[in-house]
Design a protein around this ligand. Structure first.
Ligand code: XLS
Ligand code: CA
Ligand code: CA
Length: 450
């Protein structure tokens, strides 16, 4: 055991440290256990690799986990040991990884692949022992300098080929570990300036690479989902997968709709100038809701801070969208999150996860209360009632065109649309969030006299 001082984290419903206050894994809510609703996962890169370096200074956290880091395999195994101990103590059933989170990249592709085979043998044994699963795998095609100008969108065909070779291996590892998803995050798939960029060819090539990957993965028995993870910027000034809507356009333009879903990250949503809820709704409405990278950004900053989530409001809206989308199938809530540079101890990692898991558990509880309360959904439904009958139904059914609508409008002046009642709805949300009970029975009930 690497962290004997850390106990298994129980649900206590109290305020003591190192226990859950809101996450009670086996409690059934809306017909499913909290564990099934949330499907939490650990991100190998942040939890086991990131040591807190930023552009002004090196790491502050010791993530050698007792190993000699120059012995790459001993170090890789120590990270795996630490990861499984953390997941077991927290009751997290899944992990996500990039190829070279698992073991340091070697000078040649062949040697790298050998290392990956060895470490995944080790990880697989631990998975069999613990029952822990792989939520998704991905390929790091952005850190090495060869990928400075992208991978699938590189101007160099040799780099495209190398990225394809690396992705082939990452897909094989995902299949070997039984992953239920494979993620494309376009790390440097974008540009710095159009002066040197053939945007059309770059995007066509990206689509080619994705198609090759799907075809190969299916040929070796991958049954899970493919996800693109939208992000508007950082490290590239402009990344092609800006947000869910532009990524859907990319998928449609290249005949990939139906083949690829979205891995929506909270921090990337806000970087794109959207709420997290907006991105989830856009994914669900386009039939591409898949998985979630649960974290949060700092709205004061313009970059990806990947913080553990603590914003209950945002988590509530997220779980509302997840439930409305029918819940997770192959996806889950992956904590793509790291402790702050000043929170450098192992206890901090546990606090990060506990706060993150409790935030989502509370969000789930509040989302269910909002659904049971029903007023918000009912209000939105009634707001569009005019499309159910009469001219509205004709519009929706395609029975009315401009001529009919002109005829209709020449006969009557429209009334103003119904009030949006945003402030009232926000008040309802606050009541449920902070009091846990409805203020009025129905949105249009008259409040009792004071
Ligand atoms: C980076 C991304 C990355 C993906 C996986 O911003 O969040 O970590 O989730 O490649
Ligand atoms: Ca992410
Ligand atoms: Ca991120």
């Amino acid at each position: 055991m690497l962290f004997p001082e850390i106990p298994n984290i129980p649900y206590r419903g109290g305020e003591d440290f190192l226990s859950f206050r809101w996450y009670n894994p086996d409690e059934v809510i809306l017909g499913k256990t909290m564990k099934e609703h949330c499907k939490f996962a650990l991100a190998w890169w942040h939890t086991l690799c990131a040591e807190g370096a930023d552009m002004f200074g090196g790491g502050t956290a010791d993530k050698a986990f007792g190993a000699d880091k120059s012995d790459y395999m001993a170090y890789a195994k120590a990270k795996a040991d630490a990861g499984f101990e953390i997941m077991q103590k927290l009751g997290i059933d899944c992990f996500c990884f990039h190829d070279h989170d698992l073991v340091e990249e070697a000078p040649t592709l062949a040697e790298s692949n050998k290392r990956l085979d060895e470490i995944t043998d080790y990880i697989k044994t631990k998975m069999d022992e613990t029952g822990i699963k792989c939520l998704w795998g991905t390929c790091n095609a952005f850190s090495h300098k060869r990928f400075m100008a992208g991978a699938g969108t590189s101007p160099s065909a040799d780099i495209f080929a190398y990225a394809a070779a690396k992705i082939k291996k990452a897909v094989e590892l995902t299949v070997k570990l039984g992953g239920t998803g494979y993620v494309f995050w376009g790390g440097r798939e974008g540009y710095e300036t159009l002066l040197n960029t053939d945007m059309r060819l770059e995007q066509e090539n990206l689509a080619r690479l994705i198609k090759m990957t799907i075809q190969y993965a299916r040929s070796i028995g991958f049954k899970g989902d493919f996800y693109i993870e939208p992000k508007p910027k950082e490290p590239s000034k402009h990344q092609y997968d800006v947000d869910v809507a532009s990524t859907c356009n990319f998928l449609r333009a290249h005949g990939l709709m139906g083949e690829v879903k979205m891995n929506v990250e909270a921090n990337h949503a806000t970087l794109a100038g959207h709420t997290f809820q907006h991105e989830l709704r856009a994914a669900a409405d386009n039939g591409v809701f898949g998985s979630i990278d649960a974290n949060q950004g700092d709205l004061m900053l313009g970059w990806d801070t990947d913080q553990f989530p603590s914003d209950v409001y945002s988590a509530t809206m997220c779980m509302l969208e997840v439930i409305r989308a029918g819940g997770f199938t192959n996806g889950g809530l992956n904590f793509d999150a790291k402790t702050r540079r000043m929170s450098y101890t192992i206890e901090d990692i546990f606090h990060g996860f506990i706060t993150g898991m409790d935030t989502y558990a509370l969000g789930l509880r509040k989302a269910c209360q909002l659904i049971e309360d029903g007023r918000i959904a009912q209000f939105a439904e009634e707001r569009y009632a005019s499309y159910k009958t009469g001219i509205g139904a004709d519009i929706v059914l395609g029975k009315a065109g401009l001529v009919e609508l002109e005829q209709y409008s020449l006969q009557r002046e429209p009334q103003l649309p119904p009030s949006g009642r945003q402030e009232m709805l926000e008040g309802i949300v606050n009541c449920i969030l902070f009091e846990g009970k409805p203020r009025m029975r129905r949105w249009n009930d008259v409040p009792p006299p004071v």
